[in-house]
Ligand binder design. Structure first.
Ligand code: ATP
Length: 451
């Protein structure tokens, strides 16, 4: 791994604030918290699960639903161990592990700035040992060598072994892709940074099969296209960059690889990798399985093994990046600040909150009716407790872009207050125009950034 640019130390402790907001408002909880937690495992709460689902849906929409050259798949996590032998994971899916001879801490050697010294105590480090990252378990009642299976460390292999099934059943011709979202497991040596590096995580991967002569064109296309996806969904362009891998960094199967990097509080780090995997995967599975994995081109009457361009993203890392870029503390008036998450409405966990000004005089009934109508289209939230200003702030904190308040005028003229999260501007809108007004606002939403 090349040395990373150091960003200014996390002056405002934004990670600490995100972790505590996550717990307070139900984005992310520590796994098994009542038993003191399980290292590097996290649970998404009611608001967090909506956020992460929106991130995954945005990916699926952009990568699969809205394209006619990519289809989806959902493979099982457990696969034949022969898959991992063929793919090279049993032999090569390792990280170099070093121990500090003084304090006994373990490190991933390739992530250390000085690979000879412990970053904590400066002690001498042991020689690196290659540590396989795959989780092993047993299938069936007998725990012997014959029943060993592995939890998949990536979703990609499920796609490769199904290449023929998908290609023939969907009658796809290269260039075409197969995408998948699902859990992957890696026994990471140094998990950490909240949901950035965990041992159980979710990936959003797509394998794009192309004629070999077109690999470089599609490699460039996918780097640009994936970058656009992050920008469209509200990532600050100044926090995103593409980093091409040095030849020495490339995985055994890759001809080229570029990372989409994000400026995390600890510096630039990987968000997504886009690799040119050549014909390595299909060829190796053909060799090991003895099954034909080539594509027959009707026009040229030739069989060939397609090359693969792979954009591989992490749902958890993307969710963290969206959270970090959305987070802001704003001075509203002297001595009054608000915490606000400026999510793009596409990924905001709740799109519209509806409040009756008072808990009486028929206002709750009108508000409930509006909520029911809008709930058909968007995730909504009804709240009638506390002062109206506090209710707005509670929604700001979870990034709800629109709030609607029903008041006494509503009974007179059928209008409500529509309040915008970002500008805090309030306008009067006729109840009958609410849907159309909000729909347009979401469609035309443009994020604004301070830095
Ligand atoms: P790193 O260098 O950070 O370990 P990687 O290069 O091994 O990552 P890939 O194999 O390219 O990662 O996986 C594709 C994507 O899956 C990554 O860009 C990341 O978003 C996600 N991912 C990989 N490992 C983890 C993990 N341990 N926790 C959370 N997300 C992960």
């Amino acid at each position: 791994m090349a040395a990373r640019d150091k960003r200014k130390a996390d002056e405002n402790n934004i990670m600490g604030k995100i972790v505590s907001l996550s717990k307070r408002r139900g984005f992310v909880f520590q796994s098994s918290e009542i038993y003191d937690g399980l290292n590097s495992c996290w649970d998404y709460g009611p608001i967090g699960v909506e956020l992460k689902r929106n991130v995954k849906n945005a990916w699926w929409d952009y990568m699969i639903s809205r394209r006619n050259d990519i289809v989806g798949i959902d493979c099982s996590i457990l696969m034949s161990p022969k898959v991992w032998e063929a793919s090279g994971h049993l032999k090569n899916f390792t990280d170099p592990l070093v121990d500090c001879k003084e304090c006994k801490k373990r490190w991933r050697q390739d992530k250390l700035e000085d690979p000879t010294k412990c970053p904590d105590c400066g002690g001498e480090l042991t020689e690196a040992r290659q540590f396989n990252l795959m989780f092993k378990t047993f299938m069936g009642p007998v725990e012997d060598a014959g029943s060993v299976v592995y939890m998949r460390p990536e979703t990609a292999q499920g796609i490769f072994v199904n290449f023929k099934n998908v290609q023939t059943s969907s009658r796809m011709k290269p260039p075409f892709g197969i995408g998948q979202i699902g859990k992957s497991f890696r026994n990471e040596i140094t998990p950490g940074n909240f949901v950035f590096r965990t041992r159980e995580f979710e990936q959003m991967e797509m394998e794009f099969f192309v004629p070999p002569a077109e690999d470089e064109k599609w490699y460039k296309y996918w780097i640009e296209t994936r970058k656009q996806w992050y920008l469209q969904n509200g990532i600050n362009p100044n926090h995103l960059r593409i980093r091409e891998h040095e030849k020495s960094e490339l995985a055994h199967y890759a001809k080229a690889c570029s990372d989409v990097e994000f400026l995390y509080p600890w510096g630039w780090d990987e968000l997504e990798g886009i690799a040119n995997r050549t014909d390595f995967d299909l060829k190796t599975h053909q060799e090991h399985s003895g099954k034909d994995m080539t594509y027959f081109d009707e026009q040229t009457k030739e069989h060939y093994t397609p090359y693969v361009i792979e954009p591989a993203a992490g749902a958890d890392r993307a969710t963290l990046a969206f959270l970090l870029d959305a987070y802001d503390e704003e001075t509203v008036a002297e001595g009054d600040t608000r915490v606000v998450l400026h999510f793009h409405p596409n990924i905001a966990p709740i799109k519209v909150a509806i409040f009756p000004l008072m808990k009486k005089d028929g206002l709750p009934e009108i508000a409930h009716k509006i909520e029911e109508d809008l709930r058909e289209y968007w995730a909504t939230f009804y709240d009638e407790s506390g002062a109206i200003g506090r209710r707005y702030r509670r929604q700001d904190e979870i990034g709800t872009p629109f709030c609607i308040t029903v008041d006494y005028d509503t009974k007179e003229n059928n209008t409500v207050t529509l309040r915008y999260r970002d500008s805090m501007e309030q306008i009067r809108v006729n109840v009958d125009d609410l849907f159309e007004t909000i729909r347009k606002e979401i469609k035309n939403y443009k994020p604004s950034f301070k830095n």
